[in-house]
Design a protein around this ligand. Sequence first.
Ligand code: GDP
Length: 209
Amino acid sequence: MSFFASAIFLKSVASLEQVPASEGEIAFAGRSNTGKSSAINALTGHRLAHVSKTPGRTRLINYYALGAERFVVDLPGYGYAKVPDAVRAPWEELLGSYLRMRAPLRGLAVVMDVRHPVTDLDLRLLEWFRPTGKPVHVLLTKADKLSREAARKILRGVERELAGLQPNASAQLFSSLRKMGIEEAAAVFRGWLSGESALPADPATAGTK
Ligand code: GDP
């Protein structure tokens, strides 16, 4: 059984004051309509996250409990053009402050459509997150829409781009529709939640052991 199969919806929060006590969590971010909800559902093996027909609707942070104060966190999708500025500003504020300040966050999964990887908004998100020193894993979703060869070529390009951007970033192909890449992704996230290695090195002690 998948590690994530035990996940159950806990609550939606609109501010950082409402987040639960946590021993460790992994978060999913991505542009609206890239397949983030579908990826969470594919990883957990059941319908947890709302797969939207109207992109950009979810503006809250959704917490799914894995037990023992560990969580999968679904962050608000970004970049949907029809959202007015008055709505977008507080929502980006919530996302940005969560990414920078949430201590129990072990790593960030960034969901990108394999056909439109690493957009300007994705770069902005990575920039917000980079100072934390925590790992990033990119899921290139909807890989079923491309030939295997074309998808692999994009993966290599994204890996090269990430290497220049983010010290501890990785990427993989993923398809919720074809159930492709689920084990590979689950292994990365399981590692983040269970291992000390997911925590950034303390510069004060690095290299002294
Ligand atoms: P979100 O807005 O990022 O949470 O995206 P959703 O999970 O709601 O998916 C957006 C749309 O993409 C929906 O119509 C999904 O059915 C479709 N979709 C999601 N994942 C895949 C995938 O792996 N392959 C294909 N072909 N379509 C997908």
